[in-house]
Design a protein around this ligand. Structure first.
Ligand code: RUQ
Ligand code: CUA
Length: 651
């Protein structure tokens, strides 16, 4: 115990020392001395070379930037309600945030990962995890909208997620916190041996991207922190880091740092598929939501699912092996060839690299070094490919440039270190400002990285930007990695706390980007296709307004006969069929934010008037020279009044 505390103190001291000592002087010189400005300059009207998708962390969203400019294009609403587009507020999108815990309007999103075909990015979808209330979202990269959210049962702290396999066969979800499975009332003190960790494999339909919880693997009660798929020769395997193999349940900073080595769990998911086929699973009752958004109905549905197939790793031979890995590893990363599995031991100064070939040899020759809960442990020395020595302090994550180099983030020593695969020598190091978490190279976790830029996603910003009170922006830093030495080009602020990010050449996505929705194909239940269909209908105390919008008026724009106690549903269809002509809709005293409706789409805003009078509504998006004229009135009469329900335009 004493030794551990000493190490921790040393590390903390190092952290303090590094983050205070790094003045602004050093790292900026590179940028000033070179043509960095030119390299990030994207002239007015020109486009960026890459899209970068940065997770929002505690904002729950996913933001879209251009590289190399660092310009922000869009924040995609995923796990958090957003007033800008009424996501999670409109009747159509509320079901997206439904879970077995009820309506959850927020989450903590960490790891975006782009779909792949044959091990290379295909740019169809991007997946991202919700850490707090375990979920995986799929975003459609033609609309840049969240298309689907699947809740993950038997999981808690969905951190090692949602990394994709080579052909997007699966996206995964490993539980960061082990829990009683099934959940029940029991003493926390009985954690050891009783709590379990579930690793979930979610299959993805190759045609439409539809997600399904294919199976879960029941594991010992460790903490499953991060994951990456095998690729090429190691395709068919998935690697998960663990910490807290001590199975501590309190004061983890000390009690979960006792073991010199924790494990990387190597999961043979092809074997898992065989076991499923052979019926070697148990069906467990579960309770989880599956939410799907349709671009045809412009609406989401939420379905509660009740079962999950579970494979028990302790009982099924050949399913999981443990690779001993020093010092509470955080990230696990697999190089483009699939041979090297890098363990980033966060309390270590070295990087441990395992060899897939050696791992397979050891497995085939049954050279084990004991077992944990029936799962064979391989011998550290037998599977070691090499060690990157004294690379820095506190390694977290590694990416690859496709040129035979790895780039590892070091949180404690605040730097990115470039090293060579195979010789394990350190080639370059650059300080970052400050305390980097993930790094991202576009395609850096595929067979075919685009090794031009590296983005460092920093946890602490301190003095890098103008101060904005106690809360300052998080930040990203862009490096040019085409030369022998990395070159810092740009700092740019981010939204929320970016954990991981994903990048892809812009032309792979831009050409598929959707421009409008066809009005003729609109299958929304309350859509209208011609202004003649515009109307108001009463159903008890519900009033349904079938409304259209086109530059620069609403049909209808005068409504009478609404009464206090009514619930008014404005179903608004945007009749525009031109690119980039959304209209907005807002009404005074509305308890929901505005609607922002794309051409050809329908959305619904609910309004419960609380005051008698004549109240305006208006378009919130400056859509034409007569945008200010795009408005109307609703007359609200006292409860019980007999003003007939009518609507009109231009009378
Ligand atoms: S994490 S900073 Cu949430 Cu991927 Cu390592
Ligand atoms: Cu429509 Cu402004």
């Amino acid at each position: 115990m004493k030794k551990t505390i000493n190490i921790l103190v040393t590390l903390l001291f190092a952290f303090g020392l590094f983050s205070c000592d790094q003045g602004k002087s050093d790292g900026d010189k590179g940028a000033l001395a070179s043509n960095a400005a030119e390299k990030v300059y994207v002239a007015p009207g020109e486009h960026d070379e890459f899209y970068a998708f940065l997770s929002g962390g505690f904002s729950g969203q996913l933001s879209v930037y251009g590289l190399p400019s660092g310009r922000l294009f869009k924040v995609i609403d995923v796990f958090s309600q957003d007033p800008q587009e009424s996501y999670g507020y409109s009747e159509e999108t509320k079901p997206m945030l439904n879970t077995s815990f009820g309506f959850i309007p927020w989450d903590d999103s960490h790891h975006p990962d782009i779909s792949q075909t044959k091990g290379v990015l295909d740019g169809r979808w991007i997946f991202i995890n919700a850490n707090n209330t375990p979920r995986i979202a799929r975003i459609d990269l033609t609309t840049f909208e969240t298309a689907e959210i699947l809740e993950i049962p038997n999981s808690a702290g969905n951190h090692s997620s949602p990394f994709v396999t080579e052909n997007t066969e699966y996206v995964v979800a490993g539980t960061r916190f082990s829990v009683p499975i099934p959940q029940r009332d029991m003493s926390i003190k009985d954690y050891k041996g009783k709590f379990k960790g579930a690793l979930s494999f979610v299959s993805v339909d190759p045609e439409n991207g539809g997600m399904e919880l294919a199976f879960q693997i029941l594991m010992p009660g460790f903490d499953y922190d991060l994951a990456h798929p095998g690729r090429d020769k190691s395709h068919g395997w998935f690697f998960f880091t663990t910490y807290n193999t001590e199975e501590a349940h309190s004061l983890l900073e000390v009690n979960a740092s006792q073991n010199d080595k924790d494990f990387i769990a190597a999961v043979n998911w092809k074997k898992a598929e065989e076991y499923i086929k052979a019926g070697k699973f148990k069906t467990m009752p579960a309770d989880y939501a599956h939410n799907v958004y349709s671009d045809e109905t412009h609406s989401a549905t939420s379905t509660m699912l009740k079962e999950v197939k579970v494979l028990d790793a302790s009982e099924l031979p050949g399913l999981v092996y443990f690779l001993p890995t020093p010092k509470s590893p955080h990230g696990v990363d697999v190089d483009p060839s699939g041979e090297y599995i890098i363990g980033n031991g966060k309390l270590s100064a070295n990087l441990t690299v395992h060899s897939f070939t050696k791992m397979m040899d050891a497995i085939n020759n049954k050279k084990f070094d004991g077992e944990a809960y029936g799962i064979p442990i391989l011998k550290f020395e037998d599977i070691l490919a090499g060690t990157v020595n004294q690379a820095g302090l506190g390694p977290l994550h590694t990416e690859f440039d496709g040129e035979g180099n790895g780039y590892t983030s070091f949180f404690i020593s605040s730097e990115v270190v470039k090293w060579k695969l195979g010789t394990w020598e350190v080639l370059d190091r650059k300080p970052v400002y400050y305390s980097v978490g993930h790094v991202m190279i576009p395609g850096g976790n595929s067979r075919d990285p685009f090794g031009k830029y590296l983005v460092s996603l920093n946890k602490i910003t301190k003095d890098r930007f103008l101060p904005t009170g106690p809360e300052v922006t998080q930040s990203a830093q862009l490096f040019d990695i085409t030369g022998d030495k990395m070159e810092l080009l740009l700092d740019f602020p981010t939204i929320g706390e970016p954990h991981y990010a994903a990048g892809i050449p812009a032309d792979m996505i831009a050409k598929n980007s959707r421009k409008i929705f066809k009005l003729s194909e609109n299958k929304h239940k309350y859509a209208i296709k011609t202004p003649q269909e515009a109307r108001v209908e009463r159903d008890g105390n519900e009033v349904h307004v079938y409304m259209s919008m086109i530059r620069s008026h609403f049909t209808p724009d005068n409504i009478e006969g609404v009464k206090i106690g009514d619930k008014v549903y404005f179903h608004v269809t945007n009749f525009e069929q031109d690119f980039d002509v959304p209209h907005g809709f807002a009404v005074i005293g509305g308890h929901n934010p505005e609607l922002l409706i794309m051409p050809g789409a329908t959305e619904t805003l609910v309004w419960e008037p609380t005051k008698v009078g004549v109240w305006p509504f208006y378009c919130t998006d400056f859509c034409s020279a007569l945008h200010q004229e795009m408005s109307g009135y609703v007359r609200v009469s006292p409860a019980g009044s007999n003003v007939p329900l009518t609507s009109s335009l231009g009378e």
